[in-house]
Design a protein around this ligand. Structure first.
Ligand code: NOJ
Ligand code: MG
Length: 587
């Protein structure tokens, strides 16, 4: 019999938890999000790229990843770091070429890894050819975007209504060329596409087909809830939360998000994907209320991301709160749906920085032992934390727009720093005995000479130097965002050697998630064992054994009795534990 236990101890009040019976064919895999600028730089410009990802696919297979989602890699002026797309079917030169992409698809598939692209249907870059032509009123592009002449107030022209952009300020921007305002729900360089135009719908379907024909296995759909807006362009009601008309919280989003037409378009995309022989996935990004989120299951998504463990959990949440978060997904998800669990992404503060180290380990245990799809944001597996980024180094438009006084609460740069591979160049520093310039400028050109003519020792030095460069994030000491200062302690190479490291915990749990019998787990039972101890049991037939995940979210050791809350707990269990407390109670 197997069991996974964090801490064990005395029995306290017991809250009835859910019992969930997964369907026989449950989709159960591990999805990993790569933010391509920050995963691995292969060409020394300090920015991650596609060749870098190819070089580091082994890390994904070693970490039991089944599918990789890449944040956008398309041609982009990079105002919003790739979410502002100026050509949907070209790769941005920063990331490489279409050939690099094709090589990546092949390399991933050779390793049985599925490749998921970010599909950004809500908006384009203002540099996109469509927008440039729309500005000039050239048909049929003239109505590819949402244009409005605005309204006159005491002789002055004003935006059509009080709609606010997610990044703050009016969602409308005036353009003299068109003598009209255009809608942008995000930054003004990201004009919203007009989905009431059949041409726009057709163009975006072609984009899906283009990448599917290249072999991709599906899409994460960006900002889905913003797709359609109510065409009456009425003011949204005030929320009462703030008096600041420039704050996104100023209004209730009844006309700009979650519109019925947004759901109606999804089956048309599903149909396109289903024409391909291999199964294709659709994952939806929509931070919205429970019923609007769950609706995506009914309209053809494999799943809408479950952000509840990000948005509803705090440093003070009790075990009952956590149980409520977990159970409510099962309760609200339609029958036969695939549950999924997300702890972080490029828009949110990193897990450890958000909720603290002790809780982060316990949540990783929930992430990997709950059934369905686990979503890991790059670096989460080694416990990367947010890094302080100065105003001068700030890149994220959301941070820049907030201004020097407020940027820290808005900027998403802290969670986007380069992956910490080891403690060498730019996942750190170059070892002092090998000067960086020597390695690049002298060793490079004369490498062959060294190999052929010089002593064994020189060869050895060369090999070691090259290896050091290759193993870090970049050979460039200046990376697009600074490397987190904690790289010397928290890096993959060091953590692989340390059996108590964060990565070791992640790897062990992901092994368990992947193991054959776990995919057949029959039912899931959640229990609260004391104020901060939350338990998940995955019970199956005697042939496979049960798994119990006992997670302590508190800062004190606690005694729990499993057999008082779960039926038929075997007398003998294999126990694995992970702890941030030095002394773990004897079992
Ligand atoms: C959601 C993405 O995750 C975020 O990074 C981006 O800024 C907006 N959508 C706009 O595309
Ligand atoms: Mg690069």
């Amino acid at each position: 019999m197997r069991a996974v236990i964090a801490f064990c101890v005395a029995v306290l009040p017991l809250v009835i938890g859910i019992t969930w019976n997964p369907p026989d064919n449950i989709t159960d895999f591990s999805l990993y999000q790569i933010y391509p600028r920050s995963y691995k730089d292969s060409d020394g410009d300090g920015i991650g790229d596609l060749r870098g990802i190819i070089q580091r696919l082994d890390h994904l297979t070693e970490s039991n990843v089944d599918a990789v989602w890449l944040s956008p890699i398309y041609r982009s002026p990079m105002v919003d770091f790739g979410y502002d797309i100026s050509n949907f079917t070209e790769i941005d030169p920063i990331f490489g070429t279409l050939k690099d992409f094709e090589d990546l698809v092949k390399a991933a598939h050779d390793r049985n890894l599925s490749l998921i692209l970010d599909f950004v249907p809500n908006h384009t870059s203002d540099q996109h050819e469509w927008f440039q032509k729309s500005l000039q009123g050239i048909s049929p592009y003239d109505n590819y975007y949402v244009w409005h002449p605005g309204r006159m107030e005491n002789g002055t022209r004003k935006p059509p209504n009080n709609w606010v952009s997610v990044m703050g300020g009016s969602a409308w921007e005036w353009r003299d060329e068109r003598q009209a305002y255009y809608l942008h729900q995000f930054v003004k360089q990201e004009p919203d596409l007009n989905y009431s135009s059949p041409n726009v719908r057709r163009e975006m379907e072609d984009v899906l087909r283009f990448w599917l024909d290249k072999g991709v296995d599906g899409f994460r759909i960006d900002a889905m809830k913003y797709l359609y807006e109510d065409q009456r362009f009425l003011d949204e009601p005030l929320s009462g939360l703030t008096d600041d008309p420039n704050s996104y919280d100023y209004t209730l989003k009844i006309y700009t998000t979650d519109q019925q037409q947004t759901y109606d378009i999804l089956p048309t995309w599903r149909q396109i994907l289903d024409k391909y022989k291999q199964p294709k996935y659709i994952f939806i990004e929509a931070y919205t209320n429970t019923s609007s989120t769950m609706k995506y299951y009914h309209y053809g998504a494999d799943f809408p991301f479950n952000f509840d463990l990000i948005t509803n959990l705090t440093r003070n949440s009790t075990a009952a709160d956590i149980q409520h978060i977990v159970d409510s997904w099962f309760e609200n998800m339609p029958e036969g749906g695939t549950p999924n669990w997300v702890l972080g992404n490029h828009d949110r503060s990193r897990l450890i920085s958000r909720i603290g180290e002790t809780r982060a380990g316990a949540l990783i245990m929930c992430l990997l032992l709950l059934p369905g799809v686990s979503v890991t944001y790059y670096g989460e597996e080694i416990g990367m934390t947010d890094e302080y980024i100065s105003w001068e180094d700030t890149q994220d438009p959301q941070g820049c727009l907030a201004g020097k006084a407020n940027y820290q609460s808005k900027s998403r740069d802290p969670q986007r720093t380069p992956f910490q591979w080891n403690n060498s160049v730019s996942a750190g520093e170059f070892p002092t005995r090998y000067n960086f310039h020597t390695a690049e400028t002298v060793f490079g050109p004369i490498a062959q000479l060294l190999r052929n003519k010089f002593s064994e020792k020189a060869n050895f030095l060369l090999a070691e130097t090259t290896n050091q460069i290759e193993n870090g994030f970049s050979s460039n000491p200046h990376t697009w965002l600074p490397i987190n200062k904690n790289y010397k302690t928290y890096n993959l190479a060091a953590e692989k050697k340390d059996k108590n490291s964060y990565y070791t915990l992640y790897e062990k749990l992901s092994n368990l998630k992947k193991s054959k019998h776990n995919r057949k787990w029959a039912k899931v039972v959640t229990k609260v064992l004391d104020e901060y101890v939350f338990a998940i049991a995955r019970e199956t037939s005697p042939k496979y054994g049960n798994v119990y995940a006992i997670t302590n979210f508190g800062d004190k050791a606690s005694k729990v009795d499993l057999s008082s809350v779960f039926d038929d707990v075997p007398r003998k269990l294999n126990v694995y534990y992970a702890s941030t407390v030095s002394k773990v109670l004897p079992w």
